[in-house]
Every structure is written in structure tokens, then in C-alpha cells.
Design a protein around this ligand. Sequence first.
Ligand SMILES: [Fe+2]
Ligand SMILES: [Fe+2]
Length: 175
Amino acid sequence: MNKLAAKNLGRVLDLLNERLVFERAGVRLYDKVLSRMRNSGDPRIAALFERFEQNRNEEKEHEEWLEEQIRALGGDPHSPSEKSILVKAEAEGIEHVVMRDPNLLHDFHALLTAELSDNAGWELLMELASEFGDRDAKGEFKKRLHEEEKHLLTVREAVREMSLQEIRESFIDPG
Ligand SMILES: [Fe+2]
Ligand SMILES: [Fe+2]
């Protein structure tokens, strides 16, 4: 990360902080959604549980890894920058959808939005590291981007399955 940080330490810390805010929100989202999944009693939901739990644990690792990087660069992982406040508002918007009503399809939609941001965020970091020749940082970002890609696939699949199911049920003519 040193090569990248040498280009503009303040900006790099900002970027890492922005990512951190989103990763923290991701952990909270998954915790909430997992608790609902646990209580759903639906075998299709139960079948997804393990993958979602793995996603949650990877978000937690992303959060902790970012905190570590920020500290190593002399930054404070708990002091929000002007930019990270905006990101926080965005993440809170997504969390609001989940807190509003206990509907797992809405939850999965919210997670899908969060995962799209996660993917874009790590991709940007990876491209920056690549452009400025920081190979170590690039490898670390890339590893986490690959995890985000898998999160996106699992959540997208869950949204697709649940949406289809809901539509099918609404199509059944009781007469
Ligand atoms: Fe993540
Ligand atoms: Fe993710």
C-alpha cells in the first residue's frame, strides 16, 4: 500500500475510509438479514443460509483488513472524512430498506444494491493500484474483489429465485 499512499496519502486514506464505511454497513445488513433467514422456516431460504453467512464473514474480514491498512498508514479508521459521511448516508439508505419491513425479498434487493457498490468500490481500488504500480496493494484488492463478485452472484441468484417464486404464487388462480 506504501507505493499508492506515497502518491497522495490523504486521498488514499479517504478512499480506504469510504470503503470501510460501506463494509461496516454490509456486516450490519448481513447480520440483520441472516437473523431473518434463520427464522423464516422456508427450506429454500435455509438452503441459502450458509452462503450468506460466508458472505457476511468475508465482509467482516474486509472491514478488519481496511481498519488495519488505515492504521498502518497513520490514519484513524473511526474518524469520518467529509466524503465518507456521504458514503455513510448512502449505506444508511440501503439499511433503511431492510429495517422498514420484515420482507426477505426486499432485504435481498437491498443486499444486491450494497453488493454492486462493493464490487465497484474494490474494482476502483484495484485499478488505482494497478495504474500506480502498487503490486502488493493490487493483489490484496483483487482478492477481495473476487470475493465481492461471488457475493453478487449469490445475492443475485437469491433475488431471482425469490422474485420468480413470488410472481408464480401471485399467478395461481384459486378458482
Ligand atoms: Fe465486502
Ligand atoms: Fe460484499
